[in-house]
Design a protein around this ligand. Sequence first.
Ligand code: NOJ
Length: 528
Amino acid sequence: MSLSWWRRAVFYQIYPRSFADSNGDGIGDLDGITAHLDYLNDGTDRSLGIDAIWLSPINPSPLKDWGYDVSDYRGVHPDLGDLAAFDRLIKQAHRRGIRIILDLVPNHTSDQHQWFRESRSSRSNPKRDWYIWKPGAPDKPPNNWVSIFGGPAWKYDPATGEWYLHLFFESQPDLNYRNPEVIAAMHDVIRFWLDRGADGYRIDVIHGLIKDAQFRDNPTLTTPNPGAMTDVALSQEHRYDSDQPEVHEVIRGFRRVAEEYGGDRVMVGEVWPRDNRSLADYLRADELQLAFNFRFLFCRWRAASFRTQVAAVEELFPRGSWPTYTLSNHDFARHITRYAEGRMTEARARLSAVMLLTLRGTPFLYYGEEIGMTNVEIPKTQWRDPVGRDGCRTPMQWSGAAFGGFTSGATAPWLDCGDFARVNVATQRDDAASMVSFYRRMIRLRRENPVLEEGDLKIEESAEDTFVFHRVLGGSRAIVALNFSAEPRTITVPRTKILFSSDPARSLGDFADTVVLSPLEALVMLAV
Ligand code: NOJ
């Protein structure tokens, strides 16, 4: 079977404001990314070897939600560059065989978007119905829905005496996807960037595009629903404000637009279904090709915890359909920090990388994880994000120079840097024992062994604190053994050749049927 590129690819998420600043204003930009493409993939073993980049939003925005509040879907935020810079980035990326997907934020716009300015200007404005307006007394929101970021999901607008819906900040009014004009406008936005060469989209909050036609109250929860972004979102079952059956028709429409480009453009949904089991419903043949799977973001450092999640994913995505895996992104504390445990921290991060890159599914890396960048403690008084997600969005640490080599100028970066003196690309690049060399080798191993990309996955019974799985493709079988404990663990395997280990003391070669894993060792073997 020949896999589509997006099944084979290792994706790398870039938070554009924080990757590389080319013009010295303290803010990362598109030209900065272009200048570092060789680091990501220059076609040789010296580079990381990723295949595709997901760029968090690049559009003009008042930055109330750092770009997830778009005020113009067809432009580039002036902090990041312009359309010409985007074209340069695409050209240079494609020249290196790197694909680029953009963040499409269709659920809501900024309140500064022209569409909303018109919509809120009067009840009879032709764009009034592009957003979700409801009548009601100024002291009584239309229903009990809460915003994911806290407080009611409705804002009263005294100018026209009605409420509008915002599932996120009040500066992010929700679009009305029951209005065909909105759908047509978003289709044109999708075409705009695909025409410019984008390879697809990561689609924000796609489960939320359609709301209950009757706007019924959500049930209040007594047992919290894990996995919501903030506590307030935990207080309700989001039965009526998201994950509605009609959303699938909207997604099919998006997919039809992507298919106008010949079937090679990908759509990856940010899907938070009410019930994790309905994630697969978004991946029907005429809907999304991929959807994020956030289960690992909530796993404790236990073999059983990851094993249980992988088993559930395998059940949900049988052969033929395709999962994804993610350990970190711009909304959650970096995993190296979530799993930090003194001197074991780095070994845990290496084990996590082996797991992410050997499971059956498309892996999404988050910029900086390949060098072991940690979450940065940003005091509340200095938060730039109203809900405090700054710690995972700090500048990429390129070197030990001022501001970690992130900026070409003397202006301090928009967010404080982490510990760049200790963790940076320059010191790791030529060090075979470094984290970045480890990621590089692991990505190459995956590329050189189709069984790791394509093979079926089978979980093995194994010793306590270990997670062992097989990947099988035709006659070849890879075995991945992960020891989550700080003690040695013995496992039984078929006769194998060791391909890769996170323990530098491990010698590669043939083994009989017993292997003693060293503490926190991640081992990749090939059955012989
Ligand atoms: C999910 C994004 O990942 C997050 O950063 C954003 O705040 C919300 N969607 C709203 O767009």
